[in-house]
Design a protein around this ligand. Structure first.
Ligand code: ZN
Length: 806
């Protein structure tokens, strides 16, 4: 190895060009640089466009598509029936949906039944704030027997909706997809394996339907492969975002059999950080393996009245169906006896498919990236392009944009939400594209400004190596903490280091250095650009800083290409150099202006109106014992409409333990003449210091849920049985130290058996039920058109409670 004998494209002054007058010499190279820059940028733009086009949803197939194909047109007919109105678990509307599903599946000649049972929630969810949670559920289960079954393939979606909206996407998308997949499968030859279609109930309440199926349905006894289909928005690509553990074989089949395989091992890590849960949770830690898919863009309508069939992007539905049908056929024909691998795979989408490699390569690759970047640094120093001091400075300074861009993005969003406070209650704005572009422009402005300020002192080579070094270091950190996400920085760092090494070792006067750094940057674009695009809807604008961080990492990988836009270091003197330096500030200035303009356009375009209302949260709570009523809101900074109902902050834990803990906004309300749930003593026996109370809790109105709490200063709860099922007796904080929440209570009431150790003479119990809809309440004024409802499980809730001393 030796230092290159020819001058570098970057870092050293140009060689005098014979025959060219001195005044023109300095211009010779800048022109060539500009041509190289233009060519490189066009190439990167083409690669970027290819990556983004690959994320496009397929065109929806019309209702007259071939019978063995999935047709979004046909599936959409079911969407309209399922999501005609809100159909929360236990409601008459949900019964009608269930009847439709049964009829459709029976019509296909499938063995169809309803699993009608009471089940506890799956896992320990956030919904458990009120206490142990259960629901009465009715799952629709249909089976297509295989010809020579090696196991079962379960296609799972929930048919219930939230109380606040019809669930046009969530989850009429998954439910209608399963009906259409079932139809397509019945037209062809029977699969080898059993296919079981599971349309679950009470997912929104507590995942109780899926939990009931996984734990106690005979068809689930031997486990199998679960494909869960969801929607958390209205549009965008369907992302396979969650898998069971040791997923390498499953991911391999996904990459092979799904016609549009969009999925990344990083999504699992992101998903774990989010407060969402799906039915898939109920199948984890059991004898199941599987994949969980959803489309997630258009999150503004999630769980709101706007989640209607009309809001659905039928391209997303087509993608759900194409993938589900392809996977059902593949798993239907595969030997299912051994689908667990010894390891998880790392995987991510690239144009034309899904890259995957074994997870055990994560750490070696991360270390290799560090070694190659170190080698690049060493060669850079040896070739005289940067001193050790400059390399160290480059490494230190590269941290500046990595930190500044996400911070600036968060500050930008803070400023936007200050101007438009209604955004605080939205998962994402209705038209987020302008804000997303503003965040990207802001990240670019920070990167370009930083580069313009540091480039002359530190030199382009040292900064490029410094940026790659951070990617390599992040790769090691991710490999340890978030293995599925390590590829995001490891692979671009590897590519960048290899590109740099090639650039240093090839003839500097030829095109190869530029080709090498451009190819390396292209790898970064393929990996990081789709990540940026998918991160925005996944996390929402409130966490736009994460997308800004990834955007800056992409910029650091592309630094050698960005550098071509700048005059060659040391290449100019005097006035020309000054002019060139001024030109170098152009990209930074343009990006900064773009950020401001785009944010302004966002504010101008994404105004709240009747079709895009500002979400508000309101509920009503009546103490039937005292007659005192209150309006309550979860809004931390109440909207003007909500302000008309609430004034101060309150803690309702003592009066309405069924609403969970935490501070709420509250204001006085007129008392409505509504009955509290009845609590009857069916039997009461004391033996050996233990009192056993057999109770019946019966809502006196149509209620979505009922709760029962025990004041644990009056008695210690030793055991609790609800509808014949033992529930955990885990202490809650506060006065009501034991509680249970029952969703979709049957009309005849819920039987609760409590075994207590009395402390006081009487035990105090608090019973509450909750219905949905505030319209009939005294003092309620309907919302004006531009005011909407927050997509939350407590929006528009009407709770009535009273204490029973027994
Ligand atoms: Zn949902």
């Amino acid at each position: 190895m030796g230092a290159p004998t020819t001058p570098a494209t970057t870092g050293t002054p140009p060689r005098p060009v014979p025959g060219v007058p001195p005044a023109d010499r300095a211009l010779t190279r800048p022109r060539r640089r500009l041509v190289a820059a233009a060519a490189a940028l066009v190439a990167l733009a083409a690669v970027g466009a290819g990556s983004l086009l690959d994320l496009r949803t397929p065109a929806p197939k019309s209702a007259d598509a071939p019978a063995d194909a999935f047709s979004a047109g046909r599936a959409y007919e079911d969407v309209k029936v399922i999501a005609a109105r809100s159909h929360v678990a236990g409601s008459p509307a949900n019964e009608q949906v269930r009847a439709h599903l049964e009829q459709q599946l029976r019509g296909l000649g499938l063995e169809t039944e309803v699993q009608d049972t009471v089940a506890p929630e799956a896992g320990q969810l956030s919904g458990a704030a009120g206490g142990a949670t259960l629901a009465r559920v009715r799952n629709v289960v249909a089976r297509m027997p295989g010809t020579d079954s090696t196991g079962r393939v379960f296609l799972v979606a929930h048919y219930d909706s939230v109380q606040t909206g019809p669930g046009g996407n969530d989850d009429a998308a998954g439910t209608s997809t399963i009906l259409e997949v079932a139809r397509a499968l019945t037209t062809g030859p029977r699969p080898r394996n059993d296919i079981v279609f599971v349309l679950t109930d009470a997912e929104e309440a507590c995942l109780c339907g899926a939990a009931a199926f996984a734990a106690s349905h005979p068809l689930a006894a031997d486990g199998g492969v679960v494909l869960n289909l969801e929607a958390r928005g209205s549009t965008g690509p369907v992302i396979m975002f969650e898998t069971s553990r040791n997923n390498a074989k499953l991911v391999d089949i996904f990459g092979r059999a799904a016609p549009h395989p969009v999925g990344t091992s990083f999504a699992v890590e992101i998903y774990r950080a989010l407060p969402n849960d799906t039915d898939f949770t109920a199948f984890l830690d059991q004898k199941f393996v599987g994949l969980n898919s959803a489309y997630i863009d258009g999150g503004a309508i999630y769980h709101t009245p706007l989640d209607t069939p009309a809001a659905m992007d039928r391209g997303s539905l087509q993608q759900h169906g194409d993938n589900a049908l392809g996977l059902a056929r593949e798993f239907g024909g595969t030997d299912l006896t051994d689908l667990r691998s010894g390891h998880d795979a790392t995987y991510f989408p690239v144009p034309g498919g899904l890259v995957r490699y074994p997870g055990w390569l994560t750490v070696p690759l991360a270390l290799l990236a560090v070694a190659l970047v170190a080698a690049l640094g060493w060669l850079t120093r040896r070739s005289g392009r940067a001193s050790t001091g400059r390399l160290a400075a480059g490494f230190a300074l590269a941290l500046v944009p990595i930190i500044a861009a996400p911070v600036a993005a968060q500050l930008l969003w803070l400023a936007i939400t200050t101007i438009r406070p209604g955004y605080a209650e939205l998962l994402d704005p209705y038209r987020p594209i302008w804000y997303r572009l503003a965040v990207l422009a802001l990240a670019a402005a920070i990167l370009f400004t930083w580069y313009a300020l540091t480039r002359r002192r530190i030199g382009p080579a040292a900064l490029a190596v410094g940026g790659l070094a951070w990617l390599a270091v992040l790769g090691v950190l991710l490999a340890v903490a978030v293995p599925g996400g390590a590829y995001l920085t490891t692979v671009p760092a590897l590519a960048g280091a290899l590109g740099g090494l090639v650039a240093l070792r090839t003839r500097q006067t030829g095109p190869w250095p530029v080709v090498a750094v451009t190819a390396a940057a292209a790898v970064g674009v393929v990996i990081l650009l789709p990540t940026v695009v998918l991160l925005f809807p996944a996390l929402g604008m409130a966490m736009g800083g994460v997308a800004a961080l990834v955007a800056v990492l992409l910029g650091l990988v592309a630094l050698p290409v960005v550098d071509l836009l700048h005059p060659q270091a040391g290449g100019q003197r005097g006035l020309l150099a000054l002019r060139a330096r001024r030109l170098a500030v152009l990209p930074a200035g343009a990006a900064a202006v773009a950020a401001v303009v785009l944010a302004g356009v966002g504010l101008g375009v994404d105004r709240f109106d009747a079709a895009h209302p500002a979400p508000t949260h309101l509920m009503y709570a009546l103490d039937a014992g005292t007659g005192q009523a209150r309006w309550l809101s979860h809004e931390s900074d109440p909207q003007p409409w909500t302000d008309g109902y609430v004034d101060g902050v309150t803690d309702v834990g003592d009066d309405f333990p069924g609403l969970g803990d935490g501070e709420l906004r509250a204001g006085p309300a007129q008392s409505a003449n509504l009955p509290a749930p009845k609590l009857e003593v069916v039997a009461d026996a004391t033996a050996g210091g233990e009192r056993t109370l057999r109770l019946r809790l019966t809502p006196q109105r149509v209620a979505r849920l009922a709760t029962l709490h025990v004041d644990t200063s009056t008695a210690t709860v030793l055991r609790a049985d609800v509808a014949g099922r033992s529930v955990p007796v885990e202490p809650r904080a506060g006065k009501w130290g034991f509680g249970l929440v029952f969703h979709a209570p049957p009309a005849e009431g819920i039987e609760v058996v409590l075994t207590l150790r009395p402390i006081a003479g009487q035990v105090a119990l608090r019973a509450m039920d909750a219905s949905d809809g505030l319209d009939a309440l005294p003092g309620f004024r309907p919302r004006p058109p531009a005011v909407g409802v927050v997509g939350s499980h407590s929006s528009e809730m009407l709770a009535v409670a009273r204490t029973y001393p027994l």
